[in-house]
Structure formats: structure tokens, C-alpha cells
Ligand binder design. Structure first.
Ligand SMILES: Nc1ncnc2c1ncn2[C@@H]1O[C@H](COP(=O)(O)OP(=O)(O)OP(=O)(O)O)[C@@H](O)[C@H]1O
Ligand SMILES: [Mg+2]
Length: 421
């Protein structure tokens, strides 16, 4: 990987091979790193991975991480064969760290298979990025080699050969949430699917936060939420994941990493990371699900550029909420449910981190929202009662101050007291 300078601001997905205009977020990092790839990095370890009782982190060497019994070490040649020599027509997408290709392996031996036969995989091939790229690759191998949950993407193996660093994942047939929300082409997601995605990803985050050795994900965003054939959401990209504070500590101090528009303001300002930073990012994605608008829209100017700044004033007002709702929903959503979700987003986006709910609370509130649908079925009248939203133009709308009445809160009131981790 050589001695590469890792730039302080990296734009990662603007060069996506898929048609996109204002796509992607700028990744942020607070400092530069000039080191060459070290032969032995040490990262935290979680020995109990099948339950939510992860043990205390003990740093592991690179050798220990790569020796994970859950992961297959692939040779570069095997992955070349599995992806038909990384053919451009096998390209699934591009991110800040490299290209993702579709491939095939034998489901029993995991050896490269003929295209169309065996098991489909997604192979991420990292661009040579120097130390930072290697470090994030290794962090991902470390976490996903140990943590298993239905809402985390499954890492099948990796390749580390010479300068080459690759990751082999289960293939997620519906791609990323980002593709569905913001790209032209796929059928717009229905309200029910949006709720399902919010619940699945909240489950993934909640699992990480509730581990005995808490894990802070740090890169929660629409492009990192992958969807299986039934729209079950799985979190991918653990390169920035970080062990949460231990003992009496309230936060971990880190170099600021993440993606503009999703990262919590206090984390960006101070480098102090807590699980509540993930809760903020969840609030941003919830807003994206409601509005169908990107966290940062580079084609817009002023307040419209930032989804949070633009949408916040509408979230606590039942009568104005429809103005920010995704027009692609065609008004087909329950008004009450949308307002509850919007109120929840507002709570997640609280500028005071301590006042944000925990992910387990967010999850419970979202599950409640889904529950009545199956129990009593929303009345058709309610589904159609929502006025069709007009094209967003906040400048022309009167912006009211944010009101968050206790009755509007989707969380039980006793759970909303400030908490320090
Ligand atoms: N396991 C997978 N199955 C199917 N498609 C995938 C899989 N992993 C990634 N992709 C596709 O590849 C795209 C690029 O993913 P990648 O994680 O490299 O970048 P990103 O999430 O867009 O940006 P960033 O580098 O900031 O995380 C995704 O948006 C998705 O469409
Ligand atoms: Mg990603």
C-alpha cells in the first residue's frame, strides 16, 4: 500500500458508476496520516459474538484478526476468477475505498465458481490508499469476523496479498438504501418498506450499542444500509467502527471520521464519540426515509443544502409535516405514523446528545409504529387522507419554531430523561 498521504477530506461516492447527480457524502477526517501499512496493527476483540454479550475488548494483532475461524482467506487469483477478472459489467458500485464486484463461489468449498452457479458474493477491492485504507480494511475484518447478527452484513472472507486488500461479502440483491431512495430507476419504496428498513437498521445499531463491549458504528448512512431480497436491512462497512467508552468514561476521544451531513455536530466539533453520535446519524437517515431527500444535496444552496436544517422546523408540526414528505410516496402513508416517525427523528437529532434516545428506545418506538398495521390494519381512509406534498420550497413556507409536546413523543415519557453513558 506504500507511503500514501491520506487526504483530510475525501469525497468518496461522487464518481459512482451509477447515474447520480448530487450523490454521496464527503467523508470527513480530522487529521492526516502518513504512515505506511504496518505489519501488525492491534484492534479490540469481541470473543462472544453470537449473543449480545460481547466480552471486554482485548487488542488483537493483525495475525490474530486474520486467523479468524469464521473467515476464509482468499487468494487474489481466486477472487479474480470469481469475478471474471473484475469485469466492468460485474461492477455493483463504487465507494470511497474502492469498487464492489459481483462474483460466484461454490457454497460448500467457497472456491471460485462459474458465473451464474453456486453462491453470489460481493467483492470489495480497495484502491491502494496507504495506512488508512489498510487500517479500515483490518477493522472491518476484525469486527465482522466476530460479530454476527441478522442486521449486519455477513463477511465471508478477505484477501491480503501483496498490496491487494479485498473483502468478500454475502451478496445483497437489492443493493443499498441510497440507490432506492435517491436514484432514478427502482420502484419508489412504499411506506411499509421504509418502516421495515428503519426497524432493521435500528436493530443492527441497537445490537452494537448493547453489546457488553459496546461498538459505535460511526458511519451510519443510506449507502451503508444494504437490502436483501425481502428488504431486510443490514449494516455494512465497519471500517470506522470503534469500541465504546469503558469504565467511568462518558466518551471516546478520536480523530473525527465519518460522512458530512450524517455525523453528529458535537462529535465533529470535539472528536468526542458516544453511541449517541450513531443515534444522530440514525435521525438523519430516518429523515431521508421520510423526505426522499439526501442528507446533503450539493445541487442546492442555503438551508436546502442540509436536510436537517431544512426539515427540522416541519417535523414537530402535524399540519406542516406533509411539506417535507417524499412526493414519491404519492401521499400513501399514515399521517399519524409519519408524524410519530418525524417526532422520533427530531429526538434523535437533538443537538444535546444526552437528550437523544438510546437506539433500543428508538427501535421499540418504531416497532410500535409497525405493530398496529398488522393488528388492526390502517383504515384506507387514513392512507388517503394526506394531502399530496408540493415540491419542497421552504423559503416560501412559513417556518414555525420546533415544538415537541410530550404527547407527540413516540417514546414513553419516563424514558426521555437525560442519560449519560
Ligand atoms: N454486499 C453487497 N451486495 C450488493 N451490493 C453491494 C454490497 N456491498 C456494496 N454494494 C454496492 O456497492 C456500493 C458501494 O459500496 P461501498 O461500501 O464501497 O461504498 P459506499 O457505501 O457507497 O461509500 P463509502 O465508501 O463512503 O462507504 C454500495 O452502494 C452498493 O450499491
Ligand atoms: Mg459503504
Amino acid at each position: 500500500m506504500g507511503n500514501c498521504l491520506f487526504s483530510s477530506t475525501r469525497v468518496d461516492s461522487t464518481q459512482s458508476p451509477q447515474p447520480t447527480s448530487a450523490s454521496g457524502g464527503s467523508r470527513i477526517s480530522s487529521k492526516t496520516s502518513r504512515s505506511s501499512a504496518p505489519s501488525s496493527l492491534t484492534l479490540p476483540s469481541f470473543s462472544d459474538t453470537s449473543s449480545s454479550n460481547g466480552c471486554l475488548p482485548t487488542p488483537r494483532t493483525e495475525g490474530e484478526i486474520l486467523a479468524s475461524p469464521n473467515l476464509k482467506p482468499f487468494s487474489f487469483n481466486e477472487l479474480k476468477n470469481a469475478t471474471r477478472n473484475f469485469r466492468p459489467d460485474s461492477l455493483l458500485g463504487e465507494g470511497g475505498f474502492g469498487y464492489v464486484f459481483k462474483g460466484w463461489i461454490d457454497e460448500h468449498t467457497l472456491a471460485a465458481a462459474r458465473p451464474g452457479s453456486g453462491m453470489v458474493i460481493a467483492v470489495k477491492k480497495l484502491k491502494p490508499e496507504g495506512f488508512q485504507g489498510h487500517k479500515e480494511w483490518l477493522t472491518e475484518v476484525d469486527y465482522l469476523g466476530q460479530l454476527h447478527h441478522p442486521n449486519l452484513v455477513k463477511l465471508i472472507g478477505y484477501c491480503s496479498e501483496g498490496e491487494n486488500r479485498l473483502l468478500v461479502y454475502e451478496f445483497m440483491p437489492k443493493g443499498s438504501l441510497e440507490n432506492h431512495l435517491f436514484r432514478r430507476g427502482p420502484q419508489p419504496l412504499s411506506w411499509a418498506v421504509r418502516l421495515k428498513v428503519a426497524i432493521g437498521s435500528a436493530r443492527g445499531l441497537s445490537f452494537l450499542h448493547d453489546l457488553k463491549s459496546q461498538v459505535i458504528y460511526r458511519d451510519f448512512k443510506a449507502s451503508n444500509i444494504l437490502l436483501d431480497a425481502e428488504f431486510n436491512a443490514k449494516l455494512s462497512d465497519f471500517g470506522l467502527a470503534k469500541a465504546g467508552p469503558t469504565g467511568d468514561r462518558t466518551h471516546v476521544s478520536t480523530q473525527v471520521m465519518g460522512t458530512q451531513g450524517y455525523a453528529a455536530p458535537e462529535y465533529v466539533a470535539t472528536g468526542r464519540l458516544t453511541a449517541k453520535s450513531d443515534v444522530y446519524s440514525f435521525g438523519v437517515v430516518l429523515l431521508e426515509l421520510l423526505s426522499g431527500q439526501r442528507a446533503v444535496d450539493k445541487t442546492k444552496v442555503g438551508v436546502e443544502r442540509s436536510l436537517v436544517d431544512w426539515a427540522k422546523p416541519y417535523l414537530g408540526d402535524k399540519r406542516k409535516l406533509f411539506r417535507i414528505m417524499d412526493t414519491k410516496l404519492g401521499g400513501q402513508y399514515p399521517q399519524k405514523g409519519a408524524f410519530t416517525a418525524a417526532t422520533l427523528a427530531l429526538q434523535c437529532l437533538n443537538s444535546e446528545a444526552k437528550l437523544r434516545p438510546r437506539m433500543s428506545e428508538v427501535l421499540a418506538a418504531l416497532e410500535q409504529l409497525e405493530a398496529p398495521k398488522t393488528a388492526s390494519k390502517h383504515s384506507q381512509a387514513e392512507q388517503h387522507a394526506v394531502p399530496l406534498p408540493v415540491r419542497r420550497s421552504p423559503m416560501r413556507h412559513h417556518r414555525s419554531p420546533m415544538h415537541l409536546t410530550p404527547s407527540a413523543s413516540p417514546l414513553p415519557s419516563h424514558r426521555q430523561s437525560p442519560r449519560v453513558h
